[in-house]
Design a binder for this molecule. Structure first.
Ligand code: OAD
Length: 246
């Protein structure tokens, strides 16, 4: 691939020298798999209103509508395969000590590619949890499609909700702590995210304040404030990097 060679060589050098590397990923990593991103051309938030579908208020108002949307997304994602970007990150997570992945994605494609040292900041579309927080542990349910009626909590029989983080909700404290710990790295690769949704977008500043070099892999410029930008699709840039760093 043709990544501007000066930046590409600099990233190679940094990656080869770094003992701790963290990849912070967003929807763009799964774009080549066919999973729609949220923003930009073809993005989900162009067609749907987040307030109607991805907030606790939306679920309280119309759980069937929210489940219909999640059911549709689950079916769409189930038909997708991890792409080269997921594969490279998975290989590095297994082969390079000190390599971790922090993702905002709920699609499960990092896991399917075999990624270890993975933190899911926004949960998983394949997990369900009790809407009334009866105390039942979240559970996995990979059926597609789910019954058109909203699923029920396995413990209390009340409504179940998708195990994802919605707008207006706090992130799981242990996930946040793991993400914070992953910011102690020499290189942070910020891949396929618009870097506008917090607290995830704030992780680059935390990493920078601890001395990390911020490398962005994204065809578009974002507010991530990268030190080095590879303006290319993740699946191509990561493939090219993997061929050189092993
Ligand atoms: P966005 O949809 O906001 O941004 C996707 C980014 O991926 C954009 O910057 C694109 O330029 C870039 N992109 C597209 N194709 C790419 C490719 N092949 N390689 C690399 N980059 C590519 O997605 P996120 O930043 O992940 O939150 O969105 C953050 C959060 O906002 C999501 O987790 C979700 C959403 O609302 C919740 O649902 C809580």
């Amino acid at each position: 691939m043709s990544v501007p060679s000066k930046e590409f060589d600099e990233v190679l050098r940094r990656l080869s020298a770094a003992s701790r590397v963290t990849a912070l990923t967003g929807a763009g990593v799964s774009a080549a798999s066919g999973v729609p991103t949220f923003r930009g051309a073809g993005g989900l938030w162009r067609e749907f209103r987040a307030e109607d579908l991805a907030t606790p208020r939306a679920f309280a108002r119309d759980p069937a509508l929210v489940w219909e949307w999640y059911n549709w997304r689950r079916g769409l994602i189930a038909a997708c395969q991890p792409n080269r970007a997921h594969e490279v990150l998975a290989a590095w997570s297994r082969e390079r000590p000190g390599f971790s992945v922090v993702t905002q994605n709920v699609d499960g494609l990092h896991e399917r590619a075999g990624t270890v040292n993975l933190t899911r900041l926004h949960g998983s579309i394949w997990m369900l949890q009790c809407w009334s927080e009866c105390g039942a542990a979240p559970w996995e349910d990979r059926r597609t499609p789910l019954d058109p009626r909203p699923p029920r909590c396995r413990a209390c029989g009340g409504l179940a909700r998708p195990g994802v983080v919605w707008f207006g909700e706090n992130l799981n404290p242990s996930d946040l702590a793991a993400a914070d710990a992953a910011c102690a790295c020499a290189v942070m690769l910020v891949i396929g995210t618009s870097s506008i949704v917090y607290p995830a977008a704030g992780l680059t500043d935390i990493a920078r304040s601890r001395g990390a070099v911020i490398v962005e892999i994204n065809p578009e410029f974002t507010p991530a404030g990268a030190d080095i930008g590879l303006r290319a699709p993740a699946e191509l840039a990561l493939d090219a990097l993997a061929r050189r760093v092993g």
